[in-house]
Design a protein around this ligand. Structure first.
Ligand SMILES: C[S@@+](CC[C@H](N)C(=O)[O-])C[C@H]1O[C@@H](n2cnc3c(N)ncnc32)[C@H](O)[C@@H]1O
Length: 171
């Protein structure tokens, strides 16, 4: 009985430090992109069947799911928030999309983008500034980046949707 009382606080502390505490240090909150923008993003990306889309900071996985269901693309979601990672994973699993969609609990700055044909981002300007170098270094020529709200500085967009605040860049 005494052991149980010791065990429960340890589990709570573990969950707090591993799952909740890190969120305070990754300042970008989860703000899902509305579905009409998701549709427009993938239209602008000109995503083809069997191409691979990466959503950097995938939230609840909505872009991945739409890419797999409507475009028959492969999709990889990178998410640092364990709760959102779990939510995406569960959605993908129950929609029967595990063969097309992978979700990784990782930091976007620590994943390789060499397999990406399309990258979608809805982050912050300072994060886009950091990603710009990574895109130039890792993305294959012809890969498309679709950014919602924030731009890639010193990189001319190939297409802009002013109304939806979407920017398309080609590597
Ligand atoms: C504004 S939301 C966008 C969610 C999703 N892409 C969408 O459009 O609906 C940004 C997401 O990025 C995640 N995120 C922020 N920093 C991250 C990092 N360094 N690595 C991985 N994910 C990150 C957040 O947890 C959040 O889910």
């Amino acid at each position: 009985m005494n052991l149980l009382f010791l065990f429960i606080p340890i589990i709570i502390l573990f969950l707090f430090f591993w799952w909740i505490f890190p969120l305070f240090f990754h300042g970008i909150p989860w703000q899902p992109t509305d579905m009409k923008r998701v549709k427009r993003m993938l239209e602008m990306a000109d995503l083809k069947p069997d191409e691979t889309l990466y959503d950097l900071g995938c939230g609840d996985g909505r872009i991945l799911i739409y890419a797999a269901q409507k475009y028959h693309a492969k999709a990889v979601g990178i998410e640092i928030n364990p709760w959102l990672f779990a939510l995406s994973w569960i959605r993908v699993f129950f929609l029967g999309l595990k063969h097309r969609v992978r979700v990784d609990l990782k930091n976007i700055h620590e994943v390789s983008l060499q397999n990406a044909d399309v990258v979608t981002i809805f982050l912050y300007q300072n994060v886009n500034d950091l990603l710009r170098e990574k895109f130039l270094k890792e993305l294959k020529p012809g890969a498309r980046i679709i950014s919602y709200v924030w731009i890639l500085k010193d990189w001319d967009p190939d297409l802009v949707d002013q109304e939806y605040r979407l920017y398309k860049y080609i590597r």
